[in-house]
Ligand binder design. Structure first.
Ligand code: V47
Ligand code: SF4
Length: 381
């Protein structure tokens, strides 16, 4: 009520006021209204709207988990123009290329056996020699070592290639991985669904329709997933609203997405380095707009290794209620592209303090958002 009166007093543009009122009242805004907001609302209005929605859904609760990543290889058959990380098979002697052996992967899993990590996030390049059978066995063996560890693995890009090579449908391939012990899918590979922009930045990997089909298949076999959106390069606001709209439509059908994760384009060491990175104001706008637009997504996540700790704190007032995990310096995707965090590792204590410092409540969650511990009530270990 108070917010509505404030909006009525301060917003002079009638259309902006009507859309803002809809958002505050929990009424879905259309794609056109989303675009209007993107183009006409200033960042302070978006903050008010997004924060009000976030607080209605989660109050001050802010989720994190204890996780680590395994990136089996950065050898990749594809050539995404924004990627600073991948190498071709023929470059496998390049110092920056790697291919972990199975033993090295099991060693990494073993190394976390006595830790309190609850999730391993496995993604990598699309290696021509690592297929569905290889990954099925890998997951089975990981689960033998750590039966309780949640395996969040493989972007739709990796899955499309795996299923095509193994000559199985997406549903069959995903069922095989689920039976092996995989728990969920990460949100990578979505980039921007607009076919024109996709053609310019990542034309040879899975299409937007395939990405959406694979996530729909995952949801249908009972595996939840996340969704990402790569912003701050060649795209326009039209493409961002179109991207979120396609996700919102799928989520209406399946309810299988857990979190939406906007990913800021970083411009170091890739074929799009001439594009300047967008300002922090744009970051705030994109995250706030995603909270406002995606009314059927429970969680908006800021992936701190990419966006940095300070911006992550700020984003907790712009719709974000999840900051991913401890990560433990086990990913290179962003550091190689010039992200803030060159050695991404946060102890649980640091994550808790980051959240407490901005007046929110730190909650450790598992991979499917069951609450494990409220750190505002207990002393952190
Ligand atoms: O799809 C690659 C992105 C993604 C760059 O689901 C880049 O919990 C910015 O999706 N600048 C893979 N972004 C990582 C990913 C992810 C990360 C953390 C958590 C989850 C989750 C998913 O990384 C790719 C691409 O969009 N990416 N290069 C770059 N230069
Ligand atoms: Fe390969 Fe993924 Fe890099 Fe694209 S973003 S080149 S699919 S590793």
């Amino acid at each position: 009520m108070q917010i509505l009166s404030l909006l009525e007093l301060t917003i002079k543009n009638q259309e902006l006021l009507n859309i803002s009122k809809k958002a505050i009242n929990g009424i879905r805004i259309t794609k056109e209204e989303g675009l209007f907001l993107f183009k006409n609302a200033d960042v302070s209005l978006l903050a008010v709207l997004a924060n009000s929605i976030r607080e209605k859904l989660h109050g001050d609760k802010t989720y994190f988990n204890k996780n680590f990543h395994i990136e089996p290889t950065n050898i990749c058959v594809f050539d995404c123009k924004f990627c600073a990380y991948s190498r071709k098979l023929r470059e496998k002697d390049d110092y920056a290329a790697w291919e972990l052996s199975e033993e090295q992967i099991y060693e990494a899993i073993n190394a976390y056996k006595d830790s309190d990590a609850t999730e391993v996030h496995i993604v990598g390049g699309v290696h021509p020699k690592m297929g569905l059978e290889y990954f099925k066995n890998l997951i089975q063996n990981i689960k033998k070592i750590q039966p309780k560890l949640h395996v969040k693995a493989f972007t739709a890009v990796e899955l499309e290639y795996m299923c095509r090579k193994a000559n199985v449908t997406y549903k069959e391939g995903l069922q095989i991985l689920k039976d092996a012990g995989q728990g969920s899918l990460p949100g990578g590979g979505a980039e921007i669904f607009d076919e024109g922009i996709r053609e310019l930045i990542c034309k040879d990997k899975c299409t937007s329709a395939e990405w959406l089909e694979i996530h729909e298949a995952a949801h249908s076999v009972g595996m939840p997933s996340n969704a990402t959106m790569l912003y701050g390069h060649l795209e326009k606001y039209e493409h961002l609203t179109d991207h979120m709209n396609r996700l919102r439509e799928l989520q209406d059908r399946t309810k299988g997405f857990n979190a939406f994760i906007p990913l800021k384009f970083r411009n170091k060491n890739n074929q799009m380095s001439e594009i300047e990175e967008v300002s922090i104001v744009e970051d705030l706008k994109v995250f706030a707009m995603s909270r406002i637009f995606l009314d059927n997504f429970n969680h908006i996540k800021a992936y701190w290794p990419m966006i940095g700790r300070k911006t992550t704190q700020l984003l907790l007032s712009f719709g974000v209620n999840d900051i991913d995990g401890t990560v433990d310096d086990s990913t290179k995707i962003y550091s190689m592209a010039g992200a803030e965090e060159q050695k991404p590792v946060m102890t649980s204590q640091e994550m808790i303090e980051l959240i407490l410092q901005v007046g929110r409540i730190p909650i450790e969650r598992d991979s499917i958002y069951n609450e494990l511990r409220d750190y505002s009530l207990t002393t952190a270990q």
